[in-house]
Design a protein around this ligand. Structure first.
Ligand SMILES: *[C@@H]1O[C@H](CO)[C@@H](O)[C@H](O)[C@H]1NC(C)=O
Ligand SMILES: *[C@@H]1O[C@H](CO)[C@@H](O)[C@H](O)[C@H]1NC(C)=O
Ligand SMILES: *[C@@H]1O[C@H](CO)[C@@H](O)[C@H](O)[C@H]1NC(C)=O
Length: 763
């Protein structure tokens, strides 16, 4: 630094002449006071001291959050004399909710402040998804989720809505159609500014949100979003060897996970933030250790230099263990290290180099390595330039020159970069572009990470993960229990009384199996029922009791020309003892539970309807069920004909034996999903023996059951196997969304203490 020619004579008065002829000045307190709040400084009024404004709860500092003392004795930004720009605490504001299409927002206001309430209503002919009432919260966000008023247009994707404070371009939601978002005024966008409608009916990316400088993510939001993303990564990587016990470094054949963590300790990050970040990292590692995947770690702290805690290459050599990592982390103190300057670029360079060495050492196996980078910083990098080019290099390294879009997509799963932006003043526009990854949110904005450790602790809970519904392995290894790990919830049921009936079922909790009511006939008792599920503690499970849906009555419509009526064809079997949960024996997710909302990544208060709209949205919804063939379990693919397609599907019920009515709706009530036929897709058809099995759909890495295989128009096959549907054969499956009260009355009955209950949604 040299002399500045812009000094005025009076500022020189407060400057000191020091050794080495460097000239520097103290800043003054003039004009920096804040009305309604107070400020703290990192080095009093000395050069490079950072001034941070604090306001009482519900308020934020305006117009600036921080100031830095410059070498010339001035504050940056400079305090202003004008009354309007005088530093003060302002009431928290939320982004403008009057962006709702096809509906009304009340009350209409120009601006919305903390605790202001809003109500949303759709015009007639439009239906509402999301929250119909929202409250402006302390962190500058609206409670609940974006309200959306839409009409069924037969588009492939559902209307993605417009978040508060945003505007959207694009209103056609067919395959490959794009929508783009912008935030209005001085708001900035967090999340995906562009989303594309995919073939599977889902939008790419994540719903964007518009943030003010005073908008933050709560620890709960962070851990819910980050927790579910990291859980997804961890659970799909679970090692082949499930033996519990001593936690050694055990790198599975199918996936090596490398986790790189960097924590900013530069002076712009306050010491307390550093300690909190360190404790959160420590907790995160501990939690990850409870999964049966054992990652390699690289952990470092940084300012203008790198302070290494653990080098991943030592992990690879086996010269460090998890225990040493935690130890080293706990002992690390900022102490007297030089904390001046921030070089985020150096962090990415370091990680990039290490990844290149890993590639060199592991050769071909590198393609099985997944990399997760987690960076805690405020992004005020003032050295080393932008890290963006290095991020590109890292992408190239991990994506391995894909030759087409599909290959690239497959490789995208192997790299995630998460940024936790922490600090009084965050450089969002520099930091956000550094995130990489497709699954869930990768950018988090936190005022304070005080509670992050606790919330990591809560959300990534070992016990919770162990029986997390719907988790499964996505590929066949060909080993004996491979099918069990792909469909860990599948159950084989034999009812042996006067006749023998074979059915399939699904494990929904460690004590309950969901199946069809028609698997039981009058006079069947629990002792006639055998449930087979091999959890390593005996194949055959004893049955305590079973419950058929109280409205199930096969003879109810004989007078109306339906000899066998299967409405409410659903039953629950209660086992005497809990099955042992493992990667091979795990419950499936069922509608309207909190766990299913988590699996569907519905953040905040969610509803049953939201779940149904996600799962059964397309007019040809692709679903699956299982069949137990002679040799092995196999999966059948079908398409539920919904909406406008339903009538022409259920009409085929009139061909079924024993149906003499000419109104198909008498036999096929609204409680059924209809599949089968050959157009526009050639569906598979159910065989005898497939009854009672789960009709399911995979969402990300989780399986959700939407129906129970009930009955069909034609007996195309006996004894199982994957068989194509005929032109006119149809199957009907009982839609679980229509029997939630029954499921809840038993699985959610918390007035008993015989078994653990599921948490059903209030709405
Ligand atoms: C919104 O909040 C402001 C500030 O607290 C308050 O003055 C105003 O009355 C609220 N408006 C409504 C409609 O509640
Ligand atoms: C896991 O390993 C199996 C067999 O070695 C292989 O077929 C499969 O593609 C691998 N899965 C992943 C996700 O790499
Ligand atoms: C719930 O459990 C209690 C206690 O076992 C029982 O009395 C009650 O009938 C159960 N409720 C239902 C709906 O089954």
């Amino acid at each position: 630094m040299g002399f500045s020619v812009h000094w005025t004579w009076f500022s020189v008065l407060s400057c000191l002449l020091c050794l080495g002829c460097e000239v520097w000045c103290d800043c003054t307190e003039e004009g920096i006071q804040i009305s309604g709040g107070h400020f703290t400084t990192t080095k009093q009024l000395q050069r490079s001291s950072m001034l941070v404004y604090h306001c009482p709860e519900g308020y934020y500092p305006f117009p600036h959050l921080t100031r830095v003392c410059q070498a010339d004795g001035s504050w940056q930004p400079r305090p202003k004399k004008s009354l309007q720009l005088q530093q003060r605490c302002k009431l928290i504001e939320c982004p403008d909710p009057n962006v709702l299409e096809n509906g009304n927002v009340s009350p209409p206001q120009e601006r919305y402040f903390l605790d202001n309430e809003t109500n949303y209503e759709c015009y007639s002919g439009f239906t509402m998804r999301g929250s119909s009432r929202r409250v402006c919260l302390q962190n500058g966000k609206w409670s609940g989720s974006t309200p959306i008023c839409s009409r069924d247009t037969g588009h492939n994707c559902a209307d993605p809505g417009i978040p508060a404070g945003a505007s959207r371009s694009g209103s056609i939601f067919g395959i490959d159609d794009k929508v783009k978002y912008k935030c209005n005024g001085n708001l900035f966008l967090v999340g995906s500014s562009e989303r594309v409608c995919q073939e599977n009916g889902q939008w790419t990316g994540k719903e964007p949100a518009c943030y003010y400088k005073h908008t933050y993510d709560t620890p709960l939001e962070v851990s819910a979003a980050f927790g579910s993303a990291i859980k997804g990564t961890l659970t799909t990587l679970e090692s082949l060897d499930d033996t519990q016990g001593e936690r050694k470094i055990r790198i599975s054949k199918n996936g090596t996970l490398n986790i790189y963590i960097a924590v900013d300790i530069s002076e712009s990050i306050e010491e307390k933030h550093f300690n909190d970040a360190r404790d959160a990292v420590s907790k995160l590692i501990e939690k990850i250790a409870s999964f049966s995947v054992t990652p390699n770690y690289d952990i470092l702290f940084f300012s203008a230099e790198i302070y290494e805690v653990v080098n991943i290459l030592n992990f690879l050599d086996g010269t460090v263990s998890l225990h040493t990592v935690k130890d080293k982390l706990e002992k690390f103190k900022v102490g007297n290290r030089n904390t001046a300057g921030t070089d985020v670029s150096l962090v990415f360079d370091t990680f990039n180099e290490r990844m290149a060495v890993i590639k060199q050492r592991t050769g071909d196996a590198f393609k099985e390595h997944r990399h997760v980078l987690i960076i805690f910083t405020d992004g005020a990098y003032n050295m080393g330039g932008s890290p963006a080019p290095t991020v590109e290099k890292i992408k190239n390294l991990v994506y391995m020159n894909p030759s087409n879009e599909e290959e690239r997509k497959a490789r995208e799963d192997f790299l995630d970069i998460y940024v936790f932006a922490v600090g009084a003043e965050i450089f969002d526009s520099d930091l956000q572009p550094l995130t990489v990854g497709t699954d869930g949110r990768h950018y988090f904005r936190m005022k304070d990470i005080e509670n992050l450790q606790e919330t990591f602790d809560e959300i990534i809970d070992e016990e919770q993960v162990k029986d997390l519904c719907g988790l499964h392995r996505e590929y066949d290894t060909g080993l004996t229990d491979s099918k069990r790990k792909m469909y860990p919830w599948w159950v084989y049921i034999v009812v042996q009384n006067t006749k023998t009936k074979k059915c399939l079922g699904s494990l929904v909790t460690s004590k309950f199996i969901l199946t069809a009511a028609h698997c039981f006939t009058f006079g069947d008792l629990p002792k006639h029922v055998t449930v087979e599920i091999n959890d390593g503690f005996g194949r055959v499970k004893k049955v305590k009791t079973f419950y058929k849906h109280p409205k199930y009555n096969v003879n109810a419509k004989t007078d109306e020309g339906v000899k066998e009526f299967y409405d409410y064809d659903v039953a629950l079997i209660q086992l005497k003892d809990d099955v042992h949960i493992s990667t091979a024996v795990r419950p499936i997710c069922i509608p309207c539970t909190q766990e299913t909302s988590d699996a569907l990544q519905l953040v905040g208060e969610s509803t049953c309807k939201q779940q149904e709209q996600l799962l059964l949205k397309n007019h040809l919804e692709s679903l699956s069920f299982l069949t137990k063939g002679r040799d092995a379990l196999a999966e059948k693919d079908v398409h539920a004909k919904l909406g406008d397609n339903r009538d022409s599907c259920i009409i085929h019920a009139l061909h079924a034996d024993g149906i003499t009515t000419d109104n198909p709706k008498i036999a096929v009530t609204d409680n059924f999903l209809c599949t089968g036929g050959r157009t526009p897709f050639r569906d598979h058809i159910a065989c005898t023996g497939d009854s009672g099995g789960a009709v399911f759909k995979n969402y990300k890495h989780r399986t959700i059951q939407v129906a129970v295989v009930s009955w069909g128009t034609t007996t195309v096959c006996e004894g199982g196997g994957v068989v194509d549907s005929q032109e006119n054969s149809r199957d009907f499956h009982l839609n679980l969304f229509r029997v939630v009260p029954f499921l809840k009355s038993i699985l959610g009955n918390d007035t008993q203490d015989d078994y653990a209950t599921l948490q059903f949604l209030a709405n």
